[in-house]
Design a protein around this ligand. Structure first.
Ligand SMILES: Cc1cc2nc3c(=O)[nH]c(=O)nc-3n(C[C@H](O)[C@H](O)[C@H](O)COP(=O)(O)O)c2cc1C
Length: 190
């Protein structure tokens, strides 16, 4: 493999396509597309999302201290993209798109149309130039009941997650399962 250098840019994939749900002090909800997001610790359970300091989403999290990160199903690619173009500073994106929120028991807005929502409480942020790497304690994870098999395992095909190819600026869905994690590699263990 002969590699070419692209320089220090943001080309990397796949990235998760997520919708961050927040609310402001008046209780107005907002949705924002974020692909720089992921689980970063198991103990304590922690989710991170990197937000430009100008985002309404960052303002909301700073004000109310809660948010949810919602997996985007492939069927919502265009709606999610709109949430990455328009700002909640100027409009109610969810109302425009016909998307809905459900509140968790602790009052955190979850995207009703997402089959996988991670409910978080703001922990702290790390300053990264214009960005704020927001760390949130995971309070709960909400999954679509339709994805739960009788034995408690998850049927991945129900989720159909959308992924983002940073640098290429395209959304794709997942292909097929390739292997079992923590098992496939065991064939190389001595
Ligand atoms: C595919 C995609 C991924 C994005 N990921 C991020 C991200 O991780 N962090 C960020 O600050 N902005 C990201 N954006 C830009 C914001 O979603 C966009 O600026 C949005 O309008 C901000 O909304 P808000 O002001 O309502 O919070 C992304 C946009 C797209 C289209």
């Amino acid at each position: 493999m002969k590699k070419r250098q692209l320089g220090p840019c943001v080309t990397f994939f796949p990235q998760p396509a997520t919708l961050v749900a927040t609310l402001d002090q008046q209780g107005q909800t907002n949705l924002m597309m974020a692909s720089w997001a992921g689980i970063v610790s198991k103990t304590p359970p922690t989710m991170a999302v990197s937000l430009h300091q100008s985002r309404k989403t960052f303002e909301n999290i700073s004000e109310t201290g809660v948010f949810s990160i919602n997996m985007v199903p492939a069927s919502l690619a265009a709606e999610a993209d709109f949430c990455g173009i328009a700002s909640g500073q100027k409009m109610d994106k969810a109302a425009t798109l016909g998307l809905h929120f459900e509140n968790s028991a602790q009052g955190v807005p979850l995207l009703a149309e997402s089959p996988l929502s991670v409910e978080c409480r703001f922990e702290r942020f790390v300053e990264l130039g214009d960005y704020r790497l927001v760390l949130g304690e995971i309070l709960d994870i909400h999954v679509d009941e339709a994805a739960l098999r009788e034995d408690g395992s998850l049927d991945v095909e129900v989720f159909d997650p959308l992924v983002y190819l940073g640098g290429v600026k395209e959304y794709w869905s997942l292909g097929s399962k390739q292997a079992d994690a923590y098992r496939a590699g065991l064939q190389f263990a001595k």
